[in-house]
Write a new protein. Structure first.
Length: 277
């Protein structure tokens, strides 16, 4: 299979490329920087709104992962809309014109909005109430994908990611922060950690996304929305304690030392989770 990939340089994208290459797929991967090609992997330098028709015509499926604002909380509405909606819209139109009608679109559980987390268990039918600029831009793009998919009869799957963690994640994320403190023999201050979250490691996330590329699986109605989650929720406190012990940390974790407004529990219902069989 020939895959046209955006976001291949990112945390999840790098793992996805490894999984796809191991499965003998060929990848065209878009990047803003020059990168070295290797067997079955061709890097294409440019942005999302560049003319990619030449490569989309050769591709069996479009996997769109690229996004802005995942870690940048203060991203402006203008930037979020440009990068997460307008630029990838051009990519989808190019895909349609190039007859690349199979799409895997990587969404986010944050599209539901913080207020919906009060419900704790989220399904793909949960009403989304996005609040931040990032959440709004991702949700608007999901709606655009659904509309275009229905109009042009493409096979589109929206894969909404829950709490992805693992090696290579952003240094501001919980696991990276824990590791840094543990290696420095420092104490670690955090929130109460009482909220329940559906953590899924990045390796399983990459495998799940690759599995979803098989359009012979699941039902044949499109477009679809799925959750990428472990289905095994745990408290942030237990997650932190587990890795603190695993890293043989000499210091202590001090809970309730940092206040956070969004300490709400959120997990996925089992029916909405894409399961590898």
């Amino acid at each position: 299979m020939i895959i046209f990939l955006t976001g291949g340089s990112g945390f999840i994208g790098r793992k996805f490329i490894n999984e796809a290459l191991e499965a003998s797929h060929f990848i065209y991967a878009v990047s803003r920087k020059n990168k070295k090609n290797k067997k079955n992997l061709v890097w294409l330098k440019g942005d999302l709104d560049k003319d990619w028709n030449k490569y989309l015509k050769k591709s069996d499926v479009l996997v769109h992962m690229a996004a802005a604002g995942v870690y940048k909380k203060n991203i402006s509405f203008k930037e979020a809309i440009k990068v997460n909606l307008l630029m990838p819209r051009k990519l989808l139109i190019d895909a349609i014109n190039s007859k690349c009608f199979k799409w895997i679109i990587i969404g986010s559980a944050s599209e539901y909005g913080r207020s919906t987390f009060l419900k704790k268990v989220l399904s793909v039918s949960t009403q989304a109430l996005p609040e931040t600029n990032y959440e709004k831009s991702k949700f608007y793009f999901t709606q655009l994908c659904l509309e275009l998919s229905k109009k042009y009869k493409t096979k589109c799957r929206i894969m909404r990611l829950f709490n992805v963690y693992g090696e290579g994640e952003n240094k501001k994320r919980l696991l990276s922060s824990l590791r840094t403190a543990a290696k420095s023999n420092k104490n670690f201050k955090m929130t109460s950690g009482k909220q329940t979250v559906d953590f899924i490691n990045v390796e399983d996330t990459a495998k799940t996304i690759l599995d979803s590329v098989n359009f012979k699986k699941k039902n044949n109605y499109f477009p679809q929305i799925w959750h990428v989650a472990s289905g095994k929720p745990k408290t942030v406190r237990s997650f932190a304690k587990h890795y603190w012990k695993k890293y043989n940390a000499k210091g202590e974790i001090f809970f309730n030392r940092i206040r956070k407004k969004d300490e709400k529990s959120f997990i996925s219902d089992h029916k909405s989770i894409w399961k590898i069989k």
